[in-house]
Design a protein around this ligand. Structure first.
Ligand code: GLU
Length: 593
Protein backbone atom coordinates (compact mmCIF):
# COMPACT_ATOMS: atom_id res chain seq x y z
CA UNK A 1 0.00 0.00 0.00
CA UNK A 2 2.67 2.45 -0.96
CA UNK A 3 0.15 4.82 -2.49
CA UNK A 4 -1.84 5.10 0.71
CA UNK A 5 1.21 6.08 2.76
CA UNK A 6 2.24 8.80 0.36
CA UNK A 7 -1.29 10.16 0.11
CA UNK A 8 -1.71 10.26 3.86
CA UNK A 9 1.59 12.05 4.33
CA UNK A 10 0.75 14.55 1.63
CA UNK A 11 -2.60 15.19 3.30
CA UNK A 12 -0.92 15.80 6.63
CA UNK A 13 1.52 18.19 5.03
CA UNK A 14 -1.13 20.24 3.26
CA UNK A 15 -3.31 20.45 6.36
CA UNK A 16 -0.71 22.67 8.04
CA UNK A 17 0.20 24.75 5.00
CA UNK A 18 -1.13 28.20 4.23
CA UNK A 19 -3.42 28.43 1.16
CA UNK A 20 -1.55 27.25 -1.89
CA UNK A 21 -0.23 30.25 -3.88
CA UNK A 22 -0.50 28.11 -7.01
CA UNK A 23 -4.26 28.51 -6.71
CA UNK A 24 -3.93 32.11 -7.92
CA UNK A 25 -3.92 30.83 -11.51
CA UNK A 26 -5.24 27.70 -13.20
CA UNK A 27 -2.52 25.04 -13.48
CA UNK A 28 -0.79 24.99 -16.85
CA UNK A 29 -1.72 22.34 -19.33
CA UNK A 30 -0.38 20.91 -22.53
CA UNK A 31 -2.32 18.95 -25.15
CA UNK A 32 0.54 16.58 -26.01
CA UNK A 33 3.24 14.93 -23.92
CA UNK A 34 5.73 12.21 -24.87
CA UNK A 35 7.94 10.14 -22.62
CA UNK A 36 8.17 7.16 -20.33
CA UNK A 37 6.79 5.61 -17.19
CA UNK A 38 3.11 6.13 -17.90
CA UNK A 39 0.82 8.72 -19.47
CA UNK A 40 -2.39 10.55 -18.66
CA UNK A 41 -4.79 12.58 -20.79
CA UNK A 42 -7.93 14.25 -19.44
CA UNK A 43 -9.76 17.50 -20.12
CA UNK A 44 -8.50 19.03 -16.88
CA UNK A 45 -5.08 19.93 -15.47
CA UNK A 46 -5.94 19.07 -11.84
CA UNK A 47 -7.29 15.64 -12.80
CA UNK A 48 -4.23 14.91 -14.93
CA UNK A 49 -1.88 16.03 -12.15
CA UNK A 50 -3.64 13.84 -9.59
CA UNK A 51 -3.48 10.79 -11.87
CA UNK A 52 0.18 11.46 -12.61
CA UNK A 53 0.94 11.64 -8.87
CA UNK A 54 -0.67 8.22 -8.43
CA UNK A 55 1.47 6.76 -11.24
CA UNK A 56 4.61 8.36 -9.80
CA UNK A 57 3.81 6.94 -6.38
CA UNK A 58 3.68 3.40 -7.76
CA UNK A 59 -0.02 3.11 -8.57
CA UNK A 60 -1.19 1.48 -11.77
CA UNK A 61 -3.41 2.76 -14.58
CA UNK A 62 -6.61 1.75 -12.79
CA UNK A 63 -5.64 3.49 -9.54
CA UNK A 64 -4.75 6.60 -11.52
CA UNK A 65 -7.89 6.50 -13.68
CA UNK A 66 -10.18 6.33 -10.66
CA UNK A 67 -8.29 9.15 -8.94
CA UNK A 68 -8.58 11.24 -12.11
CA UNK A 69 -12.27 10.48 -12.50
CA UNK A 70 -12.90 11.52 -8.90
CA UNK A 71 -11.00 14.75 -9.53
CA UNK A 72 -13.12 15.38 -12.63
CA UNK A 73 -16.16 15.04 -10.35
CA UNK A 74 -14.79 18.12 -8.59
CA UNK A 75 -13.58 20.27 -11.48
CA UNK A 76 -15.95 19.01 -14.22
CA UNK A 77 -19.04 18.41 -12.09
CA UNK A 78 -21.40 19.21 -14.96
CA UNK A 79 -20.00 16.32 -16.99
CA UNK A 80 -19.03 13.66 -14.47
CA UNK A 81 -19.39 12.59 -10.89
CA UNK A 82 -20.74 10.05 -8.45
CA UNK A 83 -24.29 10.92 -9.51
CA UNK A 84 -23.67 9.52 -13.01
CA UNK A 85 -22.41 6.53 -14.93
CA UNK A 86 -19.93 5.45 -17.56
CA UNK A 87 -18.02 2.76 -19.38
CA UNK A 88 -14.47 1.65 -18.78
CA UNK A 89 -12.27 -0.46 -21.05
CA UNK A 90 -9.13 -1.95 -19.53
CA UNK A 91 -6.13 -3.62 -21.10
CA UNK A 92 -4.40 -5.96 -18.68
CA UNK A 93 -0.76 -6.07 -19.74
CA UNK A 94 0.19 -9.13 -17.72
CA UNK A 95 -2.51 -11.33 -19.21
CA UNK A 96 -2.79 -9.44 -22.51
CA UNK A 97 -6.56 -9.35 -22.15
CA UNK A 98 -9.17 -6.63 -22.55
CA UNK A 99 -12.02 -6.19 -20.08
CA UNK A 100 -14.89 -3.76 -19.75
CA UNK A 101 -17.09 -2.35 -17.01
CA UNK A 102 -20.63 -1.22 -17.75
CA UNK A 103 -21.44 1.32 -15.06
CA UNK A 104 -24.47 2.63 -16.89
CA UNK A 105 -27.29 4.23 -14.92
CA UNK A 106 -30.32 2.04 -14.56
CA UNK A 107 -34.04 2.79 -14.65
CA UNK A 108 -35.95 2.27 -11.38
CA UNK A 109 -38.15 -0.81 -11.02
CA UNK A 110 -41.29 1.31 -11.39
CA UNK A 111 -40.29 2.62 -14.85
CA UNK A 112 -42.78 1.97 -17.64
CA UNK A 113 -42.43 2.08 -21.41
CA UNK A 114 -44.35 5.38 -21.41
CA UNK A 115 -42.31 7.00 -18.64
CA UNK A 116 -41.54 9.96 -20.92
CA UNK A 117 -45.03 10.37 -22.34
CA UNK A 118 -47.12 13.07 -20.71
CA UNK A 119 -50.27 11.31 -19.43
CA UNK A 120 -52.25 14.53 -19.84
CA UNK A 121 -51.51 14.92 -23.56
CA UNK A 122 -50.40 11.47 -24.69
CA UNK A 123 -47.35 13.18 -26.24
CA UNK A 124 -43.68 12.72 -25.31
CA UNK A 125 -42.27 15.38 -23.01
CA UNK A 126 -40.02 18.04 -24.49
CA UNK A 127 -36.38 17.09 -23.86
CA UNK A 128 -35.82 19.85 -21.27
CA UNK A 129 -39.04 19.01 -19.49
CA UNK A 130 -37.89 15.42 -19.11
CA UNK A 131 -34.30 16.35 -18.34
CA UNK A 132 -34.99 18.69 -15.43
CA UNK A 133 -36.97 16.32 -13.28
CA UNK A 134 -36.68 13.32 -11.01
CA UNK A 135 -38.00 11.20 -13.90
CA UNK A 136 -34.74 11.37 -15.80
CA UNK A 137 -32.52 10.20 -12.93
CA UNK A 138 -31.16 6.68 -13.24
CA UNK A 139 -29.43 4.75 -10.45
CA UNK A 140 -25.84 6.03 -10.58
CA UNK A 141 -23.19 3.53 -11.64
CA UNK A 142 -20.02 5.52 -11.11
CA UNK A 143 -19.20 4.73 -7.45
CA UNK A 144 -19.56 1.01 -8.04
CA UNK A 145 -17.55 1.27 -11.28
CA UNK A 146 -14.66 2.82 -9.35
CA UNK A 147 -14.85 0.25 -6.59
CA UNK A 148 -15.12 -2.69 -9.00
CA UNK A 149 -12.22 -1.46 -11.15
CA UNK A 150 -10.01 -1.07 -8.08
CA UNK A 151 -11.00 -4.43 -6.63
CA UNK A 152 -10.43 -6.28 -9.89
CA UNK A 153 -7.34 -4.59 -11.25
CA UNK A 154 -6.14 -1.85 -8.92
CA UNK A 155 -3.40 -1.92 -6.31
CA UNK A 156 -5.21 0.41 -3.97
CA UNK A 157 -8.75 1.02 -2.72
CA UNK A 158 -11.40 3.74 -2.80
CA UNK A 159 -9.89 5.26 0.30
CA UNK A 160 -6.62 6.09 -1.46
CA UNK A 161 -8.20 6.85 -4.81
CA UNK A 162 -10.68 9.42 -3.49
CA UNK A 163 -8.56 11.34 -1.01
CA UNK A 164 -6.71 13.56 -3.52
CA UNK A 165 -10.05 14.58 -5.03
CA UNK A 166 -11.55 15.16 -1.59
CA UNK A 167 -8.65 17.46 -0.84
CA UNK A 168 -9.15 19.26 -4.14
CA UNK A 169 -12.84 19.78 -3.33
CA UNK A 170 -11.92 21.18 0.09
CA UNK A 171 -9.08 23.44 -0.97
CA UNK A 172 -10.75 24.51 -4.17
CA UNK A 173 -9.62 25.02 -7.73
CA UNK A 174 -9.47 27.98 -10.06
CA UNK A 175 -12.63 28.48 -12.13
CA UNK A 176 -11.91 28.51 -15.85
CA UNK A 177 -14.00 29.81 -18.72
CA UNK A 178 -15.56 26.42 -19.49
CA UNK A 179 -16.79 25.97 -15.91
CA UNK A 180 -18.23 29.50 -15.80
CA UNK A 181 -19.87 29.06 -19.22
CA UNK A 182 -21.44 25.76 -18.21
CA UNK A 183 -23.00 27.33 -15.12
CA UNK A 184 -24.18 30.31 -17.16
CA UNK A 185 -25.79 27.99 -19.72
CA UNK A 186 -27.59 26.22 -16.87
CA UNK A 187 -28.61 29.32 -14.94
CA UNK A 188 -32.36 28.79 -15.31
CA UNK A 189 -32.07 25.05 -14.56
CA UNK A 190 -29.87 25.46 -11.50
CA UNK A 191 -32.08 28.27 -10.17
CA UNK A 192 -34.97 25.83 -9.77
CA UNK A 193 -33.26 23.94 -6.95
CA UNK A 194 -32.11 25.40 -3.63
CA UNK A 195 -29.31 22.88 -3.29
CA UNK A 196 -27.99 23.61 -6.78
CA UNK A 197 -28.27 27.39 -6.74
CA UNK A 198 -26.62 27.65 -3.33
CA UNK A 199 -23.64 25.72 -4.70
CA UNK A 200 -23.28 27.15 -8.20
CA UNK A 201 -25.18 30.44 -8.25
CA UNK A 202 -23.93 32.09 -5.10
CA UNK A 203 -25.22 35.65 -5.15
CA UNK A 204 -27.32 34.66 -8.16
CA UNK A 205 -24.26 34.60 -10.42
CA UNK A 206 -22.05 31.91 -11.94
CA UNK A 207 -18.62 31.76 -10.26
CA UNK A 208 -16.20 34.30 -11.75
CA UNK A 209 -13.40 33.06 -13.98
CA UNK A 210 -10.22 33.06 -11.88
CA UNK A 211 -12.01 32.70 -8.54
CA UNK A 212 -11.40 29.70 -6.30
CA UNK A 213 -14.32 27.27 -6.12
CA UNK A 214 -14.68 24.96 -3.14
CA UNK A 215 -17.16 22.16 -2.59
CA UNK A 216 -16.83 20.93 1.03
CA UNK A 217 -20.05 18.89 0.77
CA UNK A 218 -18.52 16.89 -2.06
CA UNK A 219 -15.31 16.48 -0.07
CA UNK A 220 -17.39 14.96 2.74
CA UNK A 221 -19.21 12.70 0.29
CA UNK A 222 -15.89 11.45 -1.07
CA UNK A 223 -14.61 10.84 2.47
CA UNK A 224 -17.76 8.90 3.26
CA UNK A 225 -17.26 6.74 0.16
CA UNK A 226 -13.57 6.38 1.05
CA UNK A 227 -14.48 5.15 4.52
CA UNK A 228 -17.55 2.99 3.84
CA UNK A 229 -17.02 2.04 0.20
CA UNK A 230 -19.57 2.41 -2.59
CA UNK A 231 -22.13 0.87 -0.24
CA UNK A 232 -22.46 4.33 1.33
CA UNK A 233 -24.25 5.37 -1.84
CA UNK A 234 -26.16 2.19 -2.62
CA UNK A 235 -27.24 1.25 0.90
CA UNK A 236 -26.01 3.87 3.36
CA UNK A 237 -26.80 7.47 4.15
CA UNK A 238 -26.39 8.71 0.59
CA UNK A 239 -29.01 6.25 -0.70
CA UNK A 240 -31.80 7.83 1.32
CA UNK A 241 -30.73 11.32 0.28
CA UNK A 242 -30.68 10.41 -3.41
CA UNK A 243 -34.10 8.73 -3.30
CA UNK A 244 -35.52 11.74 -1.46
CA UNK A 245 -34.05 14.22 -3.96
CA UNK A 246 -35.55 12.27 -6.87
CA UNK A 247 -38.98 11.77 -5.30
CA UNK A 248 -39.13 15.29 -3.85
CA UNK A 249 -36.84 17.51 -5.93
CA UNK A 250 -35.46 20.26 -3.67
CA UNK A 251 -37.35 23.06 -5.40
CA UNK A 252 -36.54 26.70 -4.79
CA UNK A 253 -39.58 28.57 -3.50
CA UNK A 254 -39.07 31.59 -5.72
CA UNK A 255 -36.45 30.81 -8.39
CA UNK A 256 -34.47 33.83 -9.58
CA UNK A 257 -34.94 32.67 -13.19
CA UNK A 258 -38.18 31.11 -14.44
CA UNK A 259 -38.42 27.64 -15.95
CA UNK A 260 -41.14 26.86 -18.47
CA UNK A 261 -42.01 23.36 -17.22
CA UNK A 262 -43.21 21.75 -14.02
CA UNK A 263 -40.40 19.81 -12.29
CA UNK A 264 -41.76 16.28 -12.06
CA UNK A 265 -40.72 13.82 -9.37
CA UNK A 266 -39.28 10.40 -10.20
CA UNK A 267 -39.84 6.99 -8.69
CA UNK A 268 -36.27 6.00 -7.75
CA UNK A 269 -36.25 4.25 -4.35
CA UNK A 270 -33.63 2.94 -1.97
CA UNK A 271 -34.42 -0.55 -3.23
CA UNK A 272 -33.42 0.53 -6.75
CA UNK A 273 -30.05 1.70 -5.44
CA UNK A 274 -29.66 -1.50 -3.46
CA UNK A 275 -30.31 -3.59 -6.59
CA UNK A 276 -27.67 -1.85 -8.71
CA UNK A 277 -24.84 -3.91 -10.18
CA UNK A 278 -22.00 -2.97 -12.49
CA UNK A 279 -21.87 -5.41 -15.40
CA UNK A 280 -18.74 -6.80 -16.98
CA UNK A 281 -19.66 -7.68 -20.57
CA UNK A 282 -17.09 -9.04 -23.01
CA UNK A 283 -15.72 -6.20 -25.14
CA UNK A 284 -16.71 -5.80 -28.77
CA UNK A 285 -13.93 -6.78 -31.15
CA UNK A 286 -13.16 -6.22 -34.80
CA UNK A 287 -9.93 -6.43 -36.76
CA UNK A 288 -8.99 -3.44 -38.86
CA UNK A 289 -5.83 -3.16 -40.98
CA UNK A 290 -4.42 -6.11 -39.06
CA UNK A 291 -5.07 -4.49 -35.67
CA UNK A 292 -7.48 -5.61 -32.95
CA UNK A 293 -10.01 -2.94 -31.98
CA UNK A 294 -11.79 -3.45 -28.66
CA UNK A 295 -14.78 -1.41 -27.54
CA UNK A 296 -17.82 -1.26 -25.32
CA UNK A 297 -20.74 -3.63 -25.79
CA UNK A 298 -24.38 -2.88 -24.95
CA UNK A 299 -25.95 -0.96 -23.40
CA UNK A 300 -23.50 1.26 -25.24
CA UNK A 301 -23.76 1.31 -28.99
CA UNK A 302 -20.22 2.70 -29.09
CA UNK A 303 -18.32 -0.52 -29.72
CA UNK A 304 -20.77 -2.07 -32.14
CA UNK A 305 -21.29 1.07 -34.22
CA UNK A 306 -17.64 2.10 -34.54
CA UNK A 307 -16.82 -1.58 -35.09
CA UNK A 308 -19.39 -2.02 -37.85
CA UNK A 309 -18.26 1.20 -39.56
CA UNK A 310 -14.62 0.03 -39.43
CA UNK A 311 -15.68 -3.31 -40.91
CA UNK A 312 -17.48 -1.48 -43.70
CA UNK A 313 -14.36 0.60 -44.35
CA UNK A 314 -12.04 -2.41 -44.19
CA UNK A 315 -12.82 -3.21 -47.83
CA UNK A 316 -11.68 0.25 -49.02
CA UNK A 317 -8.04 1.22 -49.38
CA UNK A 318 -8.58 4.63 -47.82
CA UNK A 319 -4.86 5.40 -47.60
CA UNK A 320 -4.59 5.41 -51.38
CA UNK A 321 -7.82 7.17 -52.25
CA UNK A 322 -7.95 10.92 -52.88
CA UNK A 323 -8.79 12.62 -49.55
CA UNK A 324 -12.32 13.61 -50.57
CA UNK A 325 -13.21 10.07 -51.60
CA UNK A 326 -11.77 8.63 -48.39
CA UNK A 327 -13.84 11.05 -46.29
CA UNK A 328 -16.88 10.26 -48.45
CA UNK A 329 -16.56 6.62 -47.46
CA UNK A 330 -16.04 7.54 -43.81
CA UNK A 331 -19.33 9.50 -43.85
CA UNK A 332 -21.25 6.78 -45.69
CA UNK A 333 -19.96 3.95 -43.50
CA UNK A 334 -21.00 5.93 -40.46
CA UNK A 335 -24.53 6.52 -41.80
CA UNK A 336 -24.98 2.82 -42.57
CA UNK A 337 -23.72 1.75 -39.16
CA UNK A 338 -26.03 4.27 -37.47
CA UNK A 339 -29.04 2.89 -39.35
CA UNK A 340 -28.27 -0.52 -37.88
CA UNK A 341 -27.57 0.88 -34.43
CA UNK A 342 -30.89 2.68 -34.36
CA UNK A 343 -32.79 -0.41 -35.44
CA UNK A 344 -31.06 -3.11 -33.45
CA UNK A 345 -28.98 -1.84 -30.54
CA UNK A 346 -30.25 -1.33 -27.00
CA UNK A 347 -29.79 -2.63 -23.49
CA UNK A 348 -31.43 -5.96 -24.23
CA UNK A 349 -29.88 -6.66 -27.62
CA UNK A 350 -28.97 -10.34 -27.62
CA UNK A 351 -25.26 -10.97 -27.87
CA UNK A 352 -25.60 -13.11 -31.02
CA UNK A 353 -27.29 -10.18 -32.77
CA UNK A 354 -24.56 -7.82 -31.60
CA UNK A 355 -21.95 -10.26 -32.90
CA UNK A 356 -23.81 -10.45 -36.22
CA UNK A 357 -23.68 -6.65 -36.52
CA UNK A 358 -19.91 -7.04 -36.23
CA UNK A 359 -19.69 -9.88 -38.74
CA UNK A 360 -17.33 -8.84 -41.59
CA UNK A 361 -19.69 -10.49 -44.11
CA UNK A 362 -22.56 -8.34 -42.90
CA UNK A 363 -20.30 -5.30 -43.28
CA UNK A 364 -19.37 -6.37 -46.80
CA UNK A 365 -23.06 -6.47 -47.64
CA UNK A 366 -23.57 -3.05 -46.12
CA UNK A 367 -20.52 -1.68 -47.95
CA UNK A 368 -22.08 -2.61 -51.29
CA UNK A 369 -24.64 0.13 -50.67
CA UNK A 370 -21.95 2.82 -50.91
CA UNK A 371 -21.79 4.60 -54.24
CA UNK A 372 -18.12 5.58 -54.59
CA UNK A 373 -19.01 8.83 -56.33
CA UNK A 374 -22.33 9.94 -54.83
CA UNK A 375 -23.77 10.41 -51.34
CA UNK A 376 -26.71 8.10 -50.61
CA UNK A 377 -30.00 9.83 -49.80
CA UNK A 378 -30.41 9.88 -46.01
CA UNK A 379 -31.65 8.30 -43.92
CA UNK A 380 -30.41 4.99 -45.27
CA UNK A 381 -32.32 1.83 -44.35
CA UNK A 382 -30.95 -0.65 -41.84
CA UNK A 383 -29.53 -3.93 -43.06
CA UNK A 384 -30.58 -7.44 -42.10
CA UNK A 385 -27.95 -9.03 -39.84
CA UNK A 386 -29.44 -12.51 -40.10
CA UNK A 387 -26.33 -14.55 -40.80
CA UNK A 388 -27.08 -14.88 -44.55
CA UNK A 389 -25.32 -12.25 -46.57
CA UNK A 390 -24.98 -11.30 -50.19
CA UNK A 391 -27.65 -8.75 -51.08
CA UNK A 392 -28.65 -5.28 -49.92
CA UNK A 393 -31.77 -5.02 -47.76
CA UNK A 394 -34.05 -1.98 -47.66
CA UNK A 395 -36.52 -0.51 -45.16
CA UNK A 396 -36.57 3.20 -44.33
CA UNK A 397 -35.62 4.40 -40.87
CA UNK A 398 -34.67 7.62 -39.13
CA UNK A 399 -34.01 9.00 -35.68
CA UNK A 400 -33.89 12.44 -34.12
CA UNK A 401 -30.43 13.82 -33.97
CA UNK A 402 -29.52 14.64 -30.40
CA UNK A 403 -26.12 15.79 -29.25
CA UNK A 404 -25.09 16.47 -25.68
CA UNK A 405 -21.90 17.62 -24.09
CA UNK A 406 -22.27 16.46 -20.49
CA UNK A 407 -19.60 13.83 -20.55
CA UNK A 408 -15.87 13.51 -20.19
CA UNK A 409 -13.21 11.07 -21.28
CA UNK A 410 -9.85 10.10 -19.86
CA UNK A 411 -7.00 7.85 -20.86
CA UNK A 412 -4.28 6.43 -18.62
CA UNK A 413 -1.37 4.08 -19.36
CA UNK A 414 1.09 2.91 -16.75
CA UNK A 415 4.71 1.78 -16.81
CA UNK A 416 3.65 -1.86 -17.09
CA UNK A 417 1.60 -1.20 -20.21
CA UNK A 418 -1.84 -1.45 -18.61
CA UNK A 419 -4.29 0.95 -20.23
CA UNK A 420 -7.59 2.44 -19.07
CA UNK A 421 -9.94 4.17 -21.48
CA UNK A 422 -12.85 5.58 -19.52
CA UNK A 423 -15.83 7.71 -20.58
CA UNK A 424 -18.09 8.97 -17.82
CA UNK A 425 -21.08 11.22 -17.78
CA UNK A 426 -24.12 12.66 -16.09
CA UNK A 427 -25.72 12.98 -19.61
CA UNK A 428 -26.62 16.64 -20.30
CA UNK A 429 -24.16 19.30 -19.18
CA UNK A 430 -25.44 19.79 -15.64
CA UNK A 431 -27.37 16.50 -15.64
CA UNK A 432 -30.87 16.75 -14.19
CA UNK A 433 -29.87 19.99 -12.47
CA UNK A 434 -30.54 18.47 -9.05
CA UNK A 435 -27.70 18.61 -6.51
CA UNK A 436 -28.37 16.12 -3.71
CA UNK A 437 -28.87 18.45 -0.72
CA UNK A 438 -25.83 18.52 1.54
CA UNK A 439 -23.88 16.10 -0.66
CA UNK A 440 -22.34 18.40 -3.28
CA UNK A 441 -22.98 16.37 -6.45
CA UNK A 442 -25.44 16.53 -9.33
CA UNK A 443 -27.78 13.71 -10.26
CA UNK A 444 -27.73 12.48 -13.84
CA UNK A 445 -30.51 12.74 -16.40
CA UNK A 446 -29.30 9.60 -18.17
CA UNK A 447 -32.78 8.12 -18.62
CA UNK A 448 -33.44 10.72 -21.33
CA UNK A 449 -31.13 8.57 -23.48
CA UNK A 450 -34.08 6.20 -23.88
CA UNK A 451 -36.29 6.89 -26.87
CA UNK A 452 -39.36 8.64 -25.47
CA UNK A 453 -41.59 6.97 -28.08
CA UNK A 454 -41.04 4.20 -30.65
CA UNK A 455 -38.77 5.34 -33.51
CA UNK A 456 -38.77 2.29 -35.78
CA UNK A 457 -42.20 2.38 -37.40
CA UNK A 458 -43.57 -1.15 -37.40
CA UNK A 459 -40.29 -2.67 -36.16
CA UNK A 460 -39.56 -2.97 -32.43
CA UNK A 461 -37.61 -0.11 -30.91
CA UNK A 462 -34.55 -1.42 -29.07
CA UNK A 463 -34.28 1.57 -26.74
CA UNK A 464 -37.57 2.15 -24.95
CA UNK A 465 -37.67 2.66 -21.17
CA UNK A 466 -38.50 -0.23 -18.88
CA UNK A 467 -37.92 -1.42 -15.32
CA UNK A 468 -34.26 -2.08 -14.59
CA UNK A 469 -33.26 -1.17 -18.13
CA UNK A 470 -30.20 0.82 -19.10
CA UNK A 471 -30.61 3.50 -21.74
CA UNK A 472 -28.60 3.03 -24.90
CA UNK A 473 -25.37 4.97 -24.86
CA UNK A 474 -22.97 6.11 -27.56
CA UNK A 475 -19.92 6.16 -25.33
CA UNK A 476 -17.08 4.46 -27.14
CA UNK A 477 -13.93 3.99 -25.08
CA UNK A 478 -11.68 2.10 -27.48
CA UNK A 479 -8.37 0.27 -27.18
CA UNK A 480 -6.44 -0.85 -30.27
CA UNK A 481 -3.92 -3.67 -30.00
CA UNK A 482 -1.18 -4.66 -32.40
CA UNK A 483 -0.04 -8.29 -31.99
CA UNK A 484 -1.62 -8.40 -28.54
CA UNK A 485 0.05 -5.22 -27.26
CA UNK A 486 -1.56 -1.80 -26.99
CA UNK A 487 -1.00 0.57 -29.90
CA UNK A 488 -3.42 3.30 -28.93
CA UNK A 489 -6.52 4.12 -26.95
CA UNK A 490 -9.05 6.88 -27.40
CA UNK A 491 -12.53 8.09 -26.49
CA UNK A 492 -14.62 11.25 -26.34
CA UNK A 493 -17.80 12.86 -25.03
CA UNK A 494 -20.44 14.23 -27.39
CA UNK A 495 -23.63 12.17 -27.26
CA UNK A 496 -24.09 10.18 -30.46
CA UNK A 497 -21.23 12.16 -32.08
CA UNK A 498 -18.92 10.18 -29.78
CA UNK A 499 -19.14 7.31 -32.23
CA UNK A 500 -18.14 9.39 -35.23
CA UNK A 501 -15.41 11.21 -33.30
CA UNK A 502 -13.80 7.92 -32.30
CA UNK A 503 -14.26 6.53 -35.80
CA UNK A 504 -12.75 9.62 -37.39
CA UNK A 505 -9.78 9.64 -35.01
CA UNK A 506 -9.12 6.00 -35.91
CA UNK A 507 -9.46 6.61 -39.66
CA UNK A 508 -7.25 9.72 -39.44
CA UNK A 509 -4.61 7.83 -37.50
CA UNK A 510 -4.73 4.40 -39.15
CA UNK A 511 -5.54 5.35 -42.76
CA UNK A 512 -4.92 9.00 -43.49
CA UNK A 513 -1.31 9.28 -42.38
CA UNK A 514 -1.79 11.39 -39.26
CA UNK A 515 -0.13 11.00 -35.88
CA UNK A 516 -2.47 10.82 -32.89
CA UNK A 517 -2.18 14.56 -32.04
CA UNK A 518 -3.19 15.53 -35.59
CA UNK A 519 -5.84 12.80 -35.71
CA UNK A 520 -7.47 14.27 -32.60
CA UNK A 521 -6.96 17.88 -33.64
CA UNK A 522 -8.26 17.59 -37.23
CA UNK A 523 -11.64 19.25 -37.97
CA UNK A 524 -14.47 16.77 -37.45
CA UNK A 525 -17.65 15.89 -39.27
CA UNK A 526 -20.44 13.64 -38.08
CA UNK A 527 -22.89 11.69 -40.24
CA UNK A 528 -25.39 9.76 -38.13
CA UNK A 529 -27.79 8.74 -40.88
CA UNK A 530 -29.37 12.16 -41.11
CA UNK A 531 -30.08 14.40 -44.09
CA UNK A 532 -27.13 16.64 -43.34
CA UNK A 533 -23.62 16.16 -42.05
CA UNK A 534 -22.56 18.37 -39.16
CA UNK A 535 -19.07 19.71 -39.73
CA UNK A 536 -16.65 21.82 -37.74
CA UNK A 537 -15.04 24.88 -39.35
CA UNK A 538 -12.07 23.73 -41.43
CA UNK A 539 -13.51 20.34 -42.39
CA UNK A 540 -12.98 20.09 -46.17
CA UNK A 541 -16.60 20.25 -47.31
CA UNK A 542 -16.26 21.52 -50.89
CA UNK A 543 -15.38 18.27 -52.67
CA UNK A 544 -17.81 16.30 -50.53
CA UNK A 545 -20.65 18.72 -51.26
CA UNK A 546 -20.00 18.06 -54.95
CA UNK A 547 -20.66 14.36 -54.22
CA UNK A 548 -24.04 15.27 -52.73
CA UNK A 549 -23.27 15.57 -49.02
CA UNK A 550 -25.18 18.38 -47.34
CA UNK A 551 -23.42 20.18 -44.50
CA UNK A 552 -24.53 22.18 -41.50
CA UNK A 553 -22.09 23.93 -39.19
CA UNK A 554 -21.28 22.67 -35.72
CA UNK A 555 -18.71 24.84 -33.92
CA UNK A 556 -17.27 21.99 -31.87
CA UNK A 557 -17.68 18.22 -31.87
CA UNK A 558 -16.36 16.11 -28.97
CA UNK A 559 -13.40 16.48 -26.61
CA UNK A 560 -11.19 13.44 -27.14
CA UNK A 561 -8.23 12.12 -25.24
CA UNK A 562 -5.88 9.31 -26.15
CA UNK A 563 -2.54 7.62 -25.77
CA UNK A 564 -0.29 5.95 -28.29
CA UNK A 565 2.63 3.63 -27.67
CA UNK A 566 5.26 4.84 -30.13
CA UNK A 567 7.67 2.54 -31.94
CA UNK A 568 10.68 3.99 -30.14
CA UNK A 569 9.39 2.86 -26.74
CA UNK A 570 7.95 6.20 -25.69
CA UNK A 571 4.31 6.75 -24.83
CA UNK A 572 2.41 9.73 -26.15
CA UNK A 573 -0.48 11.31 -24.25
CA UNK A 574 -2.86 13.46 -26.29
CA UNK A 575 -5.70 15.78 -25.35
CA UNK A 576 -7.53 18.48 -27.25
CA UNK A 577 -5.53 21.53 -28.29
CA UNK A 578 -8.51 23.87 -28.24
CA UNK A 579 -11.89 22.12 -27.99
CA UNK A 580 -13.55 22.73 -24.59
CA UNK A 581 -10.74 25.06 -23.68
CA UNK A 582 -8.03 22.46 -24.35
CA UNK A 583 -7.11 19.35 -22.39
CA UNK A 584 -4.19 18.25 -20.24
CA UNK A 585 -1.76 15.53 -21.34
CA UNK A 586 1.23 14.45 -19.29
CA UNK A 587 3.78 11.68 -18.95
CA UNK A 588 5.56 10.46 -15.84
CA UNK A 589 9.05 11.17 -17.24
CA UNK A 590 10.18 12.81 -20.46
CA UNK A 591 13.35 10.68 -20.34
CA UNK A 592 13.98 6.95 -19.89
CA UNK A 593 14.56 5.67 -16.33
N1 GLU B 1 -25.57 10.30 -22.54
C1 GLU B 1 -24.72 10.17 -23.69
C2 GLU B 1 -24.42 8.73 -24.00
O1 GLU B 1 -24.40 7.91 -23.12
C3 GLU B 1 -23.44 10.88 -23.51
C4 GLU B 1 -23.65 12.33 -23.44
C5 GLU B 1 -22.46 13.09 -23.86
O2 GLU B 1 -21.50 12.58 -24.37
O3 GLU B 1 -22.46 14.27 -23.66
O4 GLU B 1 -24.18 8.40 -25.12
Amino acid sequence: MRVRTVTALALLATAVLAPDPALAAPPGKSPVAVGYGGAVATVDADATRIALDVLRDGGNAVDAAVAAAAALGVTEPFSAGVGGGGFLVYYDARHRTVHTLDGRETAPAATTETAFVNPATGKPYAFDEARVSGLSVGVPGTPQTWETALERWGTTDLDDALLPAARLADRGFVVDQTFADQVAANRAVFAQFDSTSSLYLRGGQPPAVGSVFRNPDLARTYRLLARDGADALYRGALAGDIARAVQHPPLATSPATPWPYPVRPGTLRRSDLDAYAVHQPAPTHVTYRGLDVYGMATPSSGGSTTGEALNILAGSDLAHLPGTLALHRYLEASALAFADRNRYVGDRTARPLLDELLNPDFAAERACRIDPARALPKPVAPGVPDGTYGGCAAAPVGEPNIQDLGTTNLTVADRWGNVVEYTLTIEATGGSGIVVPGRGFLLNNELTDFNFAPTQGGAPDPNLPGPGRRPRSSMAPTIVLSHGRPLLATGSPGGSTIITTVLQVLVNRLDLGMGLPEAIDAPRATQRNTASVQAEPGFPTAGLAALGHVFTANPEIGAATGVEFLRDGRVQAVAERSRRGGGAAAVVRPWPA
